[in-house]
Design a protein around this ligand. Structure first.
Ligand SMILES: O=C(O)CCC(=O)C(=O)O
Ligand SMILES: [Fe+2]
Length: 204
């Protein structure tokens, strides 16, 4: 599709991405063109959001969430186009390397835009659902908050992941190089209203 340029590709290196996903499980890279990022931010500010204020899981594995979400996008939404363009970018890069990264072809079928307000908690340490396979992508659209990768539900061994607006965080999911390990991670320290778009490949 012609029209808007979505990405800056100077730091998009699939070999390095695969190396990081294999070792630490997560990588953050600058990807969105600044002008496009600003348009995405303006669109995000217009949507309606539903509260996601929940406590999930059994007593020894509680996850608390406090943010708002929006998961319906019009055909002509910039978010629909972003998802298509990113899918194409990844598929082309994967085809070029000739690597067989996924057990089943990568196909994002879930888009969720999340809004975190400064007084909100974010999400406590968790692993994403087993039903989200291959690769999880989180676009940092705007705002400032912290995202950590950690070793367990207590948040031990936390490593900060870059949430600079315009960066995309890639996280491996079951099916990536035959691995099934899912990295623990959490979102906290919401300093200004943050928008992030999560892309996932959901099964069932
Ligand atoms: O908004 C983010 O940065 C990621 C949130 C997250 O971990 C999730 O929705 O599972
Ligand atoms: Fe998550």
């Amino acid at each position: 599709m012609e029209g808007i340029a979505f990405f800056t590709l100077h730091e998009f290196d699939l070999d390095e991405i695969v190396r990081s996903l294999t070792t630490i499980g997560i990588i953050s890279i600058p990807l969105l063109q600044e002008q496009t990022r600003q348009q995405l931010q303006r669109e995000a500010e217009q949507f309606n959001y539903a509260p996601e204020i929940k406590t999930i899981g059994a007593t020894d594995q509680i996850v608390k969430t406090e943010y708002d979400s929006c998961d319906t996008f019009a055909e002509n939404s910039l978010y629909t186009e972003l998802t298509q363009q990113f899918q194409t970018l990844l598929n082309d890069a994967i085809a070029q390397t000739g690597l067989s990264l996924f057990e089943t072809p990568l196909q994002f079928n879930s888009m969720v835009l999340q809004r975190y307000r400064p007084e909100q908690l974010g999400i406590t340490p968790h692993r994403d659902s087993l039903r989200a396979i291959n690769l999880i992508c989180v676009f940092n659209i705007s705002g400032h908050a912290s995202f950590y990768r950690c070793d367990d539900r207590s948040g031990a061994g936390a490593i900060a992941i870059d949430t600079t607006p315009g960066h995309v965080i890639l996280m491996r999911a079951p099916g990536f190089l035959g691995l099934s390990d899912r990295p623990f991670h959490y979102v906290t320290e919401i300093r200004s209203t943050r928008y992030s778009l999560g892309l996932r490949q959901r099964i069932r």
